[in-house]
Design a protein around this ligand. Structure first.
Ligand SMILES: C[S@@+](CC[C@H](N)C(=O)[O-])C[C@H]1O[C@@H](n2cnc3c(N)ncnc32)[C@H](O)[C@@H]1O
Length: 307
């Protein structure tokens, strides 16, 4: 009969096998918790407890796949984001911890009176939209994606957490024709094809369409910026995540799209990872219209006077 090894023994062997991972012990713990259907505290409380041989065998299989580069979240089908356990699949990006910065900025906007409606463009498994819905029960949250398969995962996550999302499929704003929102938030694809920083494992195990964008990674952010004024309520906020070397280019795109109060925010490592900009309020639009026509008048006068 095959011997049933103890939890501590399996974890030690697992961590040794995953030595090339950034977090070998944690990876091994998460995989074993998934198979045992127990929280991590169970491993710490019962290190000497034996694990059934069949589960130990499945654990070794998962370790082999993890050692070959498959992300833990793909192996367990689950990822924590904003203290929500979210289902992920091969059709969704695995939500990253850095995207929680976008949630923090969005919540700061909502809590300082920034309106009652939010749109999450490119929602994937629903991470940002569900984090906002979980924090703000009165917020009407719409979440869109070009991938039907990703939206099915988002719908499942919403149901698992008892949260309301309006889910729509379409190419960026095509999903919400004629609609306006107080807040538009997006973590779009922003990695340039061939970027040396691109995690080879991510490319192999996550959908390419969720990661890579044309024009040095800026094509989707440019599309989202250009359509913002048409889909934000007056004074509404657009908030996007981007690569840490893209902030200046994103600020330019926002400004060119007519957004005001454009600024970037740094993450804990001091890198600019999110940029926001506001649509003009009605009064700003009116006064800018007046000053534009005054300055056009001046310019016309000047050009008329110039031979
Ligand atoms: C970087 S992932 C972000 C997923 C999720 N919001 C998150 O933060 O984990 C980008 C998402 O944008 C979606 N996407 C890509 N191109 C799109 C398009 N043209 N229109 C709408 N969504 C798109 C992808 O399917 C993917 O789910």
């Amino acid at each position: 009969m095959t011997r049933a090894p103890a939890i501590a023994e399996l974890l030690a062997a697992g961590a040794a096998q995953l030595a090339r991972s950034d977090s070998p012990r944690l990876d091994a713990e998460l995989l074993l918790c998934h198979l045992l259907d127990r929280p991590r505290s169970h491993l710490f409380a019962w290190p000497e407890r034996s694990v059934p041989a069949a589960i130990a065998e499945q654990f070794r299989e998962l370790l082999t796949r993890r050692a070959a580069g498959e992300p833990v979240a793909q192996l367990t089908g689950e990822r924590e984001f904003w203290s929500l356990s979210l289902r992920v699949s091969a059709d969704t990006l695995i939500p990253r911890p850095e995207t929680e910065l976008l949630v923090e900025l969005a919540l700061a906007e909502i809590r300082t009176g920034g309106g009652q409606s939010a749109l999450d463009l490119g929602t994937g498994c629903g991470a940002i939209a569900l984090a906002l819905a979980s924090e703000c029960p009165h917020l009407a949250v719409t979440a869109s994606d070009a991938s039907d398969a990703a939206l099915r995962v988002a719908a499942d996550n919403a149901a698992r957490h008892g949260l309301q999302l309006r889910l729509l499929c379409g190419d960026w704003y095509a999903a919400v024709p004629g609609e306006r929102f107080a807040l538009i938030v997006s973590n779009p694809p922003y990695i340039a094809a061939g970027d040396p920083d691109l995690d080879a494992d991510a490319l192999a195990y996550e959908p390419r369409a969720a990661l890579i964008a044309a024009d040095a990674g800026l094509a989707d952010i440019a599309t989202i910026s250009r359509g913002a004024a048409e889909h934000l309520l007056p004074g509404g906020l657009l908030l996007v995540e981007h690569g840490w070397k893209q902030a200046a280019a994103v600020r330019e795109l926002f400004t060119a799209a007519g957004l005001i109060a454009v600024r970037s925010t740094t993450d804990l490592a001091g890198r600019e990872r999110a940029t926001q900009g506001r649509s003009q309020s009605r009064s700003q639009g009116r006064s800018q219209g007046r000053s534009q026509s005054r300055s056009q008048g001046r310019n016309q006068g000047h050009s008329q006077a110039t031979p």
